[in-house]
Design a binder for this molecule. Structure first.
Ligand SMILES: NC(=O)c1ccc[n+]([C@@H]2O[C@H](COP(=O)([O-])OP(=O)(O)OC[C@H]3O[C@@H](n4cnc5c(N)ncnc54)[C@H](OP(=O)(O)O)[C@@H]3O)[C@@H](O)[C@H]2O)c1
Length: 337
């Protein structure tokens, strides 16, 4: 399987390393020989039909260079859509930044791949949040696969769990802690009695929050995951504008203290049901959704079987790279090259 990777940071590099480390096992257990034929970052690309050495590419990035500085295969072009269309790849991996304010570039990359007959695995949530119904249609029209299991729960297979639960039963509702940063902040406020601003500053320092944490604390990141769950599990053709969103920016300490007095904890909950919403909600102490630190949790309510909850780390470069690998193998097994 020939692979083109767009976005070669934490996740893209982890995926390339994983392919290299697991190449023997992938051939032995799945009869698959992945070959990276293109890699793009913000400054250009490296392209070779014969295959690129993942270690050479990672070494370039470690030195602060672009993949476009590859001595033999570097290309100083940032028209990634054209490079994708011209490549002979079977699979596009979209791992460029999730820019909710500017999703067009990533949408173009995915459209270029799908309409050229390439399968797509994206961990970039932005294109799905604003254009998921159209992208699903385009994939179906071109009879190729579009997978995105790393967009919800990182390496924890939350989407798969929710999809499998729906087989033979009816999903009535989905609720989840879909953003680790906000869960860290609320948990820490609850445990220590500290102010929102102090805990946020600490989260940024520890690397649990971005230097611009707006997408997390304003609930937008969780809302993108609500959109993905609604489309995939409940077949709703939703986009971000269908989600009612309230984040936790400036959360008052008194709300956390009042919750504690009632034996409750305050959590930022993403909900998919009759309505799509993200908002702070009270959860009983010890409930399945009362997870600590930056963990994620997804609870699916089934008409016959009741609640099923999956808890796990919701992010991390290596974790998310394993989700890409899982999607790639899923495509290989179900659709073939
Ligand atoms: N990290 C996680 O735990 C995690 C978990 C789930 C999902 N994700 C998603 O995975 C994606 C990648 O995350 P990451 O942590 O790997 O980010 P990252 O470390 O910041 O890397 C982003 C990469 O994308 C490149 N890039 C920036 N703008 C680009 C553009 N316009 N076209 C092509 N490439 C571009 C960057 O290029 P330069 O190297 O030249 O700067 C860099 O190589 C994001 O969409 C993120 O939301 C991440």
């Amino acid at each position: 399987m020939r692979i083109f990777i767009v976005g070669f940071g934490c996740v893209g590099q982890s995926f390339a390393k994983l392919l290299r480390e697991q190449s023997a096992a992938l051939y032995r257990e799945h009869a698959i020989t992945p070959r990276i034929v293109g890699v793009a970052d913000s400054r250009g690309a490296a392209v070779s039909e014969r295959g690129l050495d993942p270690q050479e590419l990672v070494d370039l990035k470690d030195r602060g260079s672009s993949v476009a500085d590859h001595p033999d295969y570097g290309v100083r072009a940032t028209d990634h859509g054209r490079l994708i269309r011209e490549s002979d790849a079977d699979l596009l991996v979209e791992a460029s930044p999730s820019r909710m304010d500017a999703p067009a570039g990533a949408i173009d990359n995915i459209k270029a791949a799908l309409s050229s007959g390439m399968h797509v695995v994206t961990v970039n949530k932005a294109p799905l949040a604003v254009a998921m119904p159209a992208l699903i249609e385009l994939a179906e029209y071109n009879r190729v696969a579009l997978r995105f299991s790393g967009t919800v729960g990182g390496g924890t297979p939350m989407l798969r769990m929710a999809q499998v639960s729906a087989l033979g039963d009816e999903v009535v509702r989905i609720r989840g802690i879909l953003n680790g940063t906000t869960n860290y902040i609320l948990s820490k406020m609850h445990e220590t009695g500290a102010d929102f601003d102090a805990v946020l500053a600490e989260a940024v320092e520890l690397g649990y929050a971005e230097s611009d944490p707006s997408a997390d604390i304003d609930g937008i990141d969780a809302a993108t995951k609500v959109v993905i769950l609604a489309n995939v599990v409940l077949n709703q053709r939703a986009t971000l504008s269908d989600v009612a969103v309230e984040g936790i920016r400036g959360m008052e300490r008194s709300r956390i203290e009042d919750a504690a007095k009632q034996g409750m904890v305050l959590k930022l909950i993403g909900e998919v049901g009759e309505e799509l919403r993200v908002e702070p909600q009270l959860v009983p102490r010890g409930d399945a959704l009362d997870v600590s630190k930056n963990l994620n949790a997804l609870s699916v309510t089934l008409r016959s079987s009741g609640d099923i909850t999956l808890i796990g780390r919701g992010a991390g470069g290596v974790e998310t790279a394993t989700a890409i690998l899982r999607d790639m193998l899923d495509i290989w097994q179900t659709v073939g090259e």
